[in-house]
Design a protein around this ligand. Sequence first.
Ligand SMILES: C[S@@+](CC[C@H](N)C(=O)[O-])C[C@H]1O[C@@H](n2cnc3c(N)ncnc32)[C@H](O)[C@@H]1O
Length: 253
Amino acid sequence: MSQHVAQDARRLYSDLSWTWPIVSRVADYAEEAEFFARAILDHSSRETRTLLDLGCGGGHLDHHLKNHFAVTAVDMSESMLGLAKRLNPEIEHHLGDMRTIRLNRRFDAVMIHDSVNYMTTRGDLRAALATGFEHLEPGGILVTFVEQTPETFVQHKTKSSTSSDGDIEITFIEHFHDPDPEDSTYESVFVYLIRRQGVLEVEADRHLCGIFPLQTWQDLLLEVGFEVEKKEWDHSEFPPGEALPMFLCTKPA
Ligand SMILES: C[S@@+](CC[C@H](N)C(=O)[O-])C[C@H]1O[C@@H](n2cnc3c(N)ncnc32)[C@H](O)[C@@H]1O
């Protein structure tokens, strides 16, 4: 069987978005939501009540962040927003692109979580960080993290997990490939082995993601106007020594 898959198909956020709550469990986001909420609250020198999540996906992180903040959420995928609205009906959701959206409101905190790695050029990354800056109150905090850097990227790294919901079982295989280590992109290739009552269906998907040296992140955050503190995000499921770099960024008061 051979199937051509567009370079940035993102089927996980369109026709295969129904698989998101199965392959990525809401409960699994509790630990990181607590970590990021604590990081924001500890770092902030002012009251932090409102939070804007740029690239909220299915709302799994927000489902826990809403215990700490009044959350407003943005995503560019209608089907992911549909999932998020169902999971978090009390949250205000907006369809929009984190590079360009302007809600003409300011928040105490901005989170750009695992959506930031869809910024594939320096200009796009700068634009997303600038959106965060524009939406913050003076003294507000933006938090984001870096999944891949040229220094740590592992060519052909592959991982898989199996989960089920009722009579649907999905084995989700993720494979990372960088065809040109000189440019600012790499590919995440996903294969879905979907079994419904034992009948197998195989789907393939490809996402184009961005990869930048940490120095580029620091430079862009400073350029946009932030005061920047680099920290590490560790999680009980990360292999030892594989904490990810994260940035706690303050909009000067
Ligand atoms: C891995 S999912 C986020 C999952 C989310 N953290 C959750 O808790 O369910 C990544 C999301 O980023 C969104 N995204 C990618 N590029 C975007 C952009 N330029 N503006 C807004 N959303 C974007 C995708 O539509 C997708 O829903």
